[in-house]
Design a protein around this ligand. Structure first.
Ligand code: 4NP
Length: 165
């Protein structure tokens, strides 16, 4: 069997956007029966919420779309991540900048999530932490769209192994 494709979603705190992206993407991957082929994780550039579950509002918004992210726990991005993951997916341009500085060297696999979106022309998934519930719904809408585009890209990379399923 070929090596798993690794996907790491990254935001600032790892309690709102990136765990939401991890949960949505896990669901898509499960639906496509690709669990054996894709390794998924999330992390934050900041360390404030290491060990914490996702923000309650993010958990509730995800649950309304049948996605359970309650078991996830915050962690901070580590240098190893740039070697371990094939896709390092930033939620906004500030995360992207921070990741590029951290990575040194190899940075071509660090990308913005919304570069995979079809229905959004924005570049950034906005930080919903200081806003109201509508912000979390918008984050989910953006993530759902882009996660589908990202999965299609990975399916292309996996090639025949996936097409023949
Ligand atoms: P996230 O949102 O980056 O989507 O997880 C944030 C969560 C917490 C903080 C900032 C952003 N914070 O400053 O604590």
């Amino acid at each position: 069997m070929t090596k798993k494709v690794g996907v790491l979603f990254v935001c600032l705190g790892n309690i709102c956007r990136s765990p939401t992206a991890e949960g949505i993407f896990r669901k898509l991957v499960r639906e496509r029966e690709l669990d054996q082929h894709i390794h998924i994780d999330s992390a934050g550039t900041g360390a404030w919420h290491v060990g914490s579950p996702p923000d309650n509002r993010a958990q509730q918004a995800a649950a309304r779309r049948d996605v359970d992210i309650s078991g996830l726990r915050g962690r901070q991005v580590e240098r190893d991540d740039f070697d371990r993951f094939d896709y390092v997916i930033a939620m906004d341009r500030s995360n992207l900048q921070d990741l590029r500085s951290l990575a040194r060297g190899r940075t071509e696999h660090i990308e913005l999530l919304l570069s995979y979106a079809h229905n959004w022309s924005e570049q950034d998934v906005p930080d919903p932490y200081y806003g109201g519930p509508a912000g979390f719904e918008r984050v989910l809408d953006m993530i759902e769209d882009a996660a589908n585009g990202l999965l299609r890209d990975i399916e292309d990379r996996l090639g025949n192994a996936v097409d023949s399923r």
